[in-house]
Design a protein around this ligand. Structure first.
Ligand SMILES: [Zn+2]
Length: 171
């Protein structure tokens, strides 16, 4: 009978991730985001891990200290307070290994989040506004320049066909 085959089909699934920065795609059977080189931030952004920001530039020691102090002060992520306090102390006295400590800290996918699950937003280029997605930019322009319907009318008037539009916009 085909029971085995059915099990096989239901147990494995193909996943596909699309990088929100470059549009690159990766897919694989039974692969999770990490296996495919993707990073998912907790705001739902998905992008190739290599595009995460460099902590040396975007999360320097002063910023890390400030961030940790705030979490501790506001009693967020109480289950992690002990560990964060340790990191904070280390950072305050240790200049030589600050980069290494922050590197380790930001490697944790739940860094700064109070629950496990998707990754941290701290080095996400989209969350940190280092990369603005086309769809956000479009919304911004629409907000500045009136209604969507007006833009649609304008585009229809300007381009007789879809091909004309693509040629003009992509070329
Ligand atoms: Zn993000």
């Amino acid at each position: 009978m085909s029971k085995y085959k059915l099990d096989f089909v239901t147990n494995s699934s193909s996943t596909c991730y699309v990088c929100e920065i470059t549009g690159e795609r990766e897919s694989g059977m039974d692969a999770d985001a990490e296996d495919l080189g993707f990073y998912l931030c907790s705001n739902g952004h998905e992008y190739l891990e290599k595009y995460r920001l460099d902590h040396k530039k975007f999360f320097p020691k002063e910023k890390a200290i400030e961030f940790l102090e705030e979490i501790i002060k506001e009693s967020k992520c109480t289950d992690k307070t002990g560990r964060y306090k340790e990191y904070l102390e280390k950072l305050k006295i240790d200049n030589e290994f600050a980069d290494e400590i922050i590197g380790d800290l930001t490697e944790e996918r739940s860094f700064g989040r109070c629950s496990d699950g998707d990754g941290s937003t701290i080095l996400c280029p989209i969350c940190q506004m280092e990369y603005i997605r086309d769809k956000d930019m479009l919304k911004f322009f629409l907000k500045l320049n009136g209604k969507r319907e007006d833009v649609v009318k304008l585009m229809k008037a300007q381009y007789p066909t879809y091909e004309d539009m693509r040629r003009d916009l992509d070329g």
